[in-house]
Write a protein of this length. Sequence first.
Length: 147
Amino acid sequence: MKKHSNPDMKRIDQVGRAFARRLNHGALDLPHDITERLRAARMQAIAQRKLEPIRVMLPQLASAGGPSLGHSNEGLNLWSRLASALPLIALMFGLAAIHVFQNELRTNEIAQLDAELLIDDLPPSAYTDPGFLVFLKSNPLQAKASD
């Protein structure tokens, strides 16, 4: 598809205006009913014509002495991607450390309780007593410290 340059469009406009002058010159001698039909046909043609798009200029923001804000050329390179992933990596490392610390603490508490039970002199019937199970579920270290 060939695009028309500005001089070609001017030439086409001149030819169109010449045709319009010639047609309007002959239209003065026509009867009234024919001029009315021509006027109605002209109105239909104008209504059917293709409208040209209206170009709207959007405001551009620009910083003083620098490029505009909307056109920064900072793409996501390797370093910026690593920097954006760094907080996620730190969070995952922190959660893993908390998990290991909590497991270690819980394991030490259970080992200390087992050691206390094994060192203490208890009759075998104490292990089957329901009250002893309640005692184990409560904090036995506090009861031991109060003795």
